[in-house]
Design a protein around this ligand. Structure first.
Ligand code: SF4
Length: 333
């Protein structure tokens, strides 16, 4: 039996290179070895976008197209929509009795996000909703309703897994051994920097290369990328390690990397030519993804079938598990 991985992604925008080289590319590899379940976390997306449901709804399809185009294989992975599994919401309510408000407020991941919100909205946290504060509980429900054993996460999300494990232990100690305690699967990939050199690539930061970007957009973005500011003329010697163009060469132009590095250092490579080479390589890299995406976009029935099959399978698992949970809680009338 393959171990089950549970992971999820919020449908709030198109995928970019940060997603691909961070989490999603990893899932593509993991699906060969594990029984991977990928949740399209539309309910979780509503915690931040409750007043913009259209954005979430529209992005569900876009996200699924992106996932299929990068190689998520519906024969190996189960794709499902969170809102279509009512047991998750039900379990979230049950779990909410097992976690104190102060424990949620102490969760380092939540703390960081609250601090970011305060900075963004400039208030004392009035914008923090009950739903937002409780999202680690909802995540614990996501994981445990499907008996998720391994959860791929980055270092910054480890506190969420720990919180889930605490909930499982508390549940089992009160109601008897019912739930599986999940373990994290720490991602070996690191974050992809933005075009502006920011440590994080993000849509809201305006520094991302999206998988759906066409040749022209890619060209514009790369031509505007940050290079070594000390290199003015073509024959100036530069430091590729402080250049975002070189940074992306490392992702998509590995075969010519040594040459790019050496020519940059010894002043025999101009930045314009260097950027043009990167544009070509980036487009070559994205082309098969675009073609696959086009195929699925032109065949919406196939996409619908994939989502329906994955969701149906997940509904079945959730129903079976909920029966056991309710029995343990003595609410199986
Ligand atoms: Fe960056 Fe290339 Fe210019 Fe060197 S030559 S600074 S790697 S763009």
């Amino acid at each position: 039996m393959k171990k089950r991985i549970l992971t999820g992604i919020r449908p709030t925008g198109n995928l970019h290179l940060g997603h691909l080289f961070g989490a999603v590319g990893n899932w593509v590899n993991l699906q060969n070895e594990y029984d991977i379940h990928i949740e399209i976390a539309d309910v979780q997306a509503l915690t931040d976008n409750f007043n913009n449901p259209k954005k979430v709804r529209d992005n569900v399809t876009q996200l699924v197209l992106d996932l299929l185009s990068v190689g998520i294989d519906p024969n190996k992975s189960t794709l499902f929509i969170q809102s279509q599994i009512p047991e998750i919401a039900e379990l979230t309510v049950f779990y909410s009795n097992l976690v104190t408000v102060s424990r949620l407020e102490r969760n380092p991941t939540v703390k960081t996000e609250i601090a970011q919100k305060k900075e963004l909205f400039g208030n004392n946290g009035e914008s923090i909703t009950y739903g937002f504060l409780g999202y680690p509980i909802s995540q614990a429900a996501d994981i445990t309703i499907f008996n998720g054993e391994l959860i791929p996460v980055g270092e910054d999300q480890l506190p969420l897994i720990e919180q889930c494990r605490e909930i499982v232990r508390k549940f089992n100690s009160i109601y008897g051994e019912t739930l599986k305690e999940p373990t994290h699967l720490l991602s070996t990939t690191s974050r992809v920097k933005g075009l502006d050199g920011n440590e994080k690539m993000g849509k809201s930061l305006g520094n991302a290369i999206f998988l759906v970007d066409n040749d022209e957009t890619i060209s514009k973005k790369i031509m505007a990328a940050i290079t070594d500011p000390n290199k003015i003329k073509k024959d100036d010697k530069a430091n590729p390690n402080i250049c975002m163009v070189y940074y992306y060469h490392q992702l998509v132009n590995k075969e010519n990397l040594k040459t790019v590095c050496a020519e940059c250092k010894n002043g025999t490579r101009g930045c314009v030519a260097c950027k043009k080479e990167l544009i070509t390589k980036m487009n070559e890299f994205l082309q098969p993804i675009r073609e696959k995406r086009k195929y699925y976009a032109e065949n919406p029935d196939i996409v619908k079938e994939i989502l329906e099959a994955g969701t149906k399978k997940s509904q079945q698992t959730a129903k079976e598990n909920m029966k056991k949970i309710k029995k343990a809680m003595m609410i199986d009338y």
